[in-house]
Design a protein. Structure first.
Length: 71
């Protein structure tokens, strides 16, 4: 992609998708519906849940603000 706006849009969408994926996986782990390593405590999934929510809602806004073109 030669257009920087298209590349940035794609990057923002990928960050959003990654955050939603992490959130869904963490929710499934907390409900014991997804595989989880026995050596890792389950409360760590709650940290992953918060990280995924930040990645889905906060990170795209921060990226958009940082990459905003100057009028």
């Amino acid at each position: 992609m030669s257009d920087p706006a298209a590349s940035r849009f794609l990057a923002i969408q990928m960050v959003r998708i990654a955050g939603v994926s992490l959130t869904v996986y963490a929710l499934l782990v907390l409900r014991s519906r997804a595989p989880w390593p026995a050596s890792v405590p389950v409360w760590f999934a709650a940290i992953l849940l918060l990280t995924g929510l930040l990645g889905a809602f906060i990170a795209p806004q921060l990226l958009a603000r940082r990459w905003r073109s100057n009028p």
